[in-house]
Design a binder for this molecule. Structure first.
Ligand SMILES: C[S@@+](CC[C@H](N)C(=O)[O-])C[C@H]1O[C@@H](n2cnc3c(N)ncnc32)[C@H](O)[C@@H]1O
Length: 230
């Protein structure tokens, strides 16, 4: 646990380009009746607007102490309360059934194996009340863009980082100049569907972006709303 601590100081800048998901997740929270759980809540980038704009109880789980410190500061500045818990999303066990579990910004990709991801999906299914929803998003891995980015240094919001693809492990390593590294293990469309299937969740909607455009052959993002059958 805690691998992300070294990423925390630059996370605000790193995530600054990702804004269009916030309204999407806030709208789902507004439709939920009970508490909302965010897996891998990070610095509260999504959780704080949910609490501010819906008044819902928000429980945020993250394995990084430094990221949770960021969420605490952000909530305080916004004048809202978040229930922040340090833990691993694989061990999700909320104290009461929930209406909505979310996992924004591709955070499920930090789980290395199919078994890790399946465990999270099964824990989510066990946590939801019948009819409850699980919403998450992930990028579509494009071999063209992977070939362009592989082995190169890039800049995002002024942050220099190196990208390396390891197709045999369906993994991307992102390394900062100070050698801080995070890894992402991507999944295909059918693998996400398979994870939902084995966990007993149904696909309510699959979008190609947060504006709810349909998912199609040109889509670069998989935006899922899954549902536990009533
Ligand atoms: C890309 S950030 C996402 C943060 C936030 N949800 C957002 O949308 O900005 C990924 C987060 O996943 C957390 N994380 C990685 N593996 C985790 C795990 N197994 N359990 C809980 N949190 C984890 C990291 O600490 C980090 O805060």
């Amino acid at each position: 646990m805690g691998d992300y601590d070294a990423f925390a100081p630059i996370y605000d800048d790193w995530s600054a380009h990702m804004t269009e998901d916030v309204d999407f997740y806030v709208s789902l929270a507004a439709e939920a009746r009970g508490p909302v759980v965010e897996l891998a809540v990070g610095n509260g980038r999504v959780a704080v607007p949910i609490a501010e704009r819906t008044g819902r109880r928000v429980i945020g789980i993250d394995s990084s102490r430094a990221m949770l410190d960021g969420a605490r500061a952000r909530a305080k500045a916004a004048g809202v309360e978040l229930e922040l818990r340090r833990g691993d999303m694989r061990d999700l066990e909320p104290d009461e059934p929930t209406d909505l579990v979310i996992c924004p910004f591709r955070s499920l990709l930090h789980l290395p194996t199919w078994a890790d991801k399946r465990r999270v999906f099964e824990r989510v299914a066990a946590s939801l009340r019948p009819g409850g929803r699980f919403a998450f998003n992930s990028f579509v891995l494009s071999p063209h863009r992977a070939a362009e980015s592989d082995g190169q240094w890039h800049e995002q919001q002024g942050i220099r980082h190196h990208i390396a693809h390891f197709p045999a492990d369906n993994r991307i390593d992102i390394t900062l100049q100070d050698d801080t590294r995070v890894s992402l293990w991507w999944c295909t469309h059918s693998e996400w569907d398979g994870l939902l299937d084995v966990a007993g969740l149904e696909v309510e909607a699959l979008y190609g972006w947060f504006d709810r455009r349909p998912f199609d052959d040109e889509s670069r993002e998989l935006v899922y709303i899954a549902r536990k059958p009533s």
